[in-house]
Design a protein around this ligand. Structure first.
Ligand code: NAP
Length: 161
């Protein structure tokens, strides 16, 4: 099995989304997500694909959905996370696996993942989608880099279990 990575941005209260959007604007984090996943295989939910339609440019994409019919050119469908990972193996998709959300996929993938790329946004935000509790699971810190943007403070963390 190839490496399974989670890549996410969450606040200190583990919020990742609110009303269908990411609750902050951090261009540096968007750029990091795009760069880190380029040439790799992205596994994501149907709403994430709708929010990030250009994800199929330069990446292999497996969308977890029960509705395989409605996907754009270049995206493959799988009915659940395990089927998505099996499809990536079977079809020899590119690079490592990057699980890019949303909430349920992160929760299901956390026990399987080798590495976590987490942008930890300082502060408490209201939200309706959450990242699962990772503290106590991903305890090995590989790197940590602070940055500031739009009056927000955040850290890029790379963690292993
Ligand atoms: N901060 C971050 O890093 C980050 C990252 C990603 C998303 N977000 C935020 O999170 C929100 C979107 O996430 P979401 O959780 O609502 O949507 P999502 O996971 O992208 O999409 C939900 C749909 O995907 C399918 N799906 C997802 N997980 C599945 C699973 N484990 N098994 C089977 N099907 C699954 C289902 O599709 P069908 O109904 O078609 O079967 C489900 O209705 C937005 O607010 C977005 O901005 C934030």
């Amino acid at each position: 099995m190839r490496t399974v990575n989670l890549i996410a941005a969450c606040s200190e209260n583990r919020v990742i989304g609110n009303a269908g959007r990411i609750p902050w604007v951090l261009r540096g984090d968007n750029a990091f997500l795009k760069r880190q996943t380029l040439g790799q295989t992205v596994v994501c939910g149907r709403r994430v694909l709708a929010e990030w339609p250009s994800v199929t440019r330069g990446r292999d994409v497996v969308v977890v959905t029960r509705n395989a019919g409605a996907l754009p050119e270049g995206a493959r469908a799988a009915p659940d996370l395990r089927a998505a990972l099996a499809l990536a193996e079977r079809e020899a998709l590119r690079g490592g696996i990057y699980v890019c959300g949303g909430g349920r996929l992160y929760a299901e993938a956390l026990p399987l993942a080798d590495r976590l790329f987490l942008t930890l946004v300082k502060g408490v935000f209201p939200g309706d989608r959450f990242f699962p509790e990772w503290r106590g699971v991903f305890t090995r810190e590989i790197s940590r880099r602070r940055f500031r943007e739009n009056g927000l403070e955040a850290e890029f963390l790379v963690l292993e279990r």
